[in-house]
Each structure stands twice: as structure tokens, then as C-alpha cells.
Ligand binder design. Structure first.
Ligand SMILES: [Fe+2]
Length: 255
């Protein structure tokens, strides 16, 4: 493992933004996501399939008469295990093992239910200038606490670290926002009912910053870090992938 990077994420600034991903590995991610995207369109809107294929996922917002919320419930954005098996063989995953040592992936979870046999890697789809497509500021830990019935989401002896991978985006203007050093503070939040189940909502107004500086890099951050997606100011639909990795919590003692 790489103690310096782990220290930065778990004890220091709370994030690391210098991990590179090769174009080849990015292409694999994009291909697996695009295939799942097209299969979903084909199933719900078969008449739009050819047009969706021609436009590509980055021009999704140009498809007419789409019920976005119906199409893209989280369960339709969790990659199939066969895609995840391919992704696990990439050099990118080997780099992750070099940083974190042996790790596990979190399991598929939505609407307070779990698929304990499926690893979770899911993607997000954010149309240009559409604030309905982004969530509120939150820490992932709040969701884990909300869903962690019998420690199914995060086993007792483990901590989680989030990876955010931009697949279609514009660097420095269209990324995830992190609130610097927020992982060191305790913010009040309340639990509200939303169409997608219960969710935590922050009671304070905060301002985040975009942390990615270099092309083909991913953002890795602490489970207590407050974050949200920025409004997409690009002319293309933003696509990103999220991975939650789990490592033993006694690693902290070694840092
Ligand atoms: Fe999150």
C-alpha cells in the first residue's frame, strides 16, 4: 500500500486527485457504461434506439420525449457483474491495489435494499444546465449510516473510500465539488423522504470546489467529505462513474 496517499485521504486533506487512468482503461469504462445505457433505451424506447446510438451518450440530452427519472433509477445504472469483472482486470485496478492493498468493493444498494452478491460500480448521467440531475451536499457516510442495517453496507471492521471517475466531462468546469476540510467537522443534517427513499439533507449552506486539475485523473476522497455534483455547464451530457472501496479500518493505526 501507499502510506502517503492513504494518509492524505484518511488523515490529511481528505482527498487525492493525482491518480491517473490510462486512455485504454477509460475507454473500457465508457464502453461498458454506453452499452448499458443503450440497452436501457432500447428496452424502454425502442423507437429511439437508432437515434441514441447515432448521437452517443454525450448527446443524450438531445433525445426528445424521454422520461429521465423513469429511465435512470439507480438500479439501471449499476454495471453488470460481467462488466465489473472486466474492469477488475485493468491496470487501473492494479494501481488501486498498489495504493490501498487488497480491498473489497461495496455491494449494490438502492431503495434500502442490497444485492449482496453483486459488487457495485455505478454511473451518473447529468444533462447540461439541469439542476434536477444533481443531488444535494452530503457525506457518503450519512448514507451508509442510514442504510447500514446489520452492517450490510459497510462491514463493522471496514471504512469506505469513494472514487469519482469522470468519463464524459469538461475538466475544471464540470466536475464534482468537494468542501475542503469538511471531513474534519461534524455538520448537522436531517433525514427527509424523497421519491428515491429516505435521504440526508445538510442544514448549513456550504460552497465546494472542483479539485481535479489534470486530464485522465480520478478523484478519491474520504467518506466524511461533503460533496455534490456541479451543475453541468458544458454542452454535452456529463457521465461519471462511482466506486466505493472498502478497506480494514485498522490500517489507520499503521499510518
Ligand atoms: Fe456521494
Amino acid at each position: 500500500m501507499n502510506k502517503e496517499i492513504l494518509k492524505k485521504i484518511l488523515i490529511g486533506d481528505g482527498f487525492y486527485s493525482d491518480l491517473k487512468i490510462s486512455k485504454k482503461d477509460l475507454c473500457l469504462f465508457k464502453k461498458e457504461v454506453s452499452n448499458q445505457y443503450l440497452m436501457r433505451i432500447k428496452r424502454i424506447y425502442p423507437d429511439l434506439y437508432k437515434e441514441a446510438e447515432r448521437l452517443q451518450i454525450k448527446n443524450y440530452h438531445l433525445l426528445k420525449n424521454i422520461n429521465h427519472n423513469k429511465l435512470w433509477h439507480k438500479k439501471y445504472r449499476c454495471l453488470q457483474q460481467k462488466s465489473i469483472s472486466l474492469i477488475k482486470k485493468t491496470n487501473f485496478f492494479k494501481d488501486l491495489e498498489r495504493i490501498f492493498g487488497k480491498f473489497k468493493l461495496s455491494k449494490v444498494a438502492y431503495d434500502s435494499s442490497f444485492s449482496l452478491k453483486r459488487d457495485e460500480i455505478y454511473w451518473r448521467i447529468v444533462r447540461p444546465n439541469n439542476d434536477n440531475d444533481i443531488g444535494e451536499y452530503h457525506a457518503d457516510k450519512w448514507f451508509h449510516e442510514l442504510m447500514n442495517d446489520n452492517h450490510k453496507a459497510i462491514p463493522k471492521n471496514m471504512i469506505s473510500i469513494k472514487l469519482w471517475l469522470p468519463l464524459v466531462h469538461k475538466l475544471k468546469s464540470n466536475d464534482l465539488l468537494l468542501v475542503p476540510m469538511s471531513h474534519k467537522k461534524n455538520y448537522d443534517y436531517e433525514i427527509i423522504d424523497s421519491p428515491n427513499g429516505k435521504k440526508p439533507v445538510l442544514k448549513t449552506n456550504l460552497r465546494g470546489r472542483q479539485m481535479l486539475e489534470k486530464p485522465n485523473t480520478v478523484l478519491i476522497f474520504n467518506e466524511n467529505m461533503i460533496h455534490k455534483g456541479s451543475i453541468n455547464k458544458d454542452r454535452y451530457t456529463r457521465i461519471s462513474a462511482e466506486i466505493t472501496i472498502l478497506i480494514k479500518n485498522d490500517i489507520i493505526k499503521l499510518l
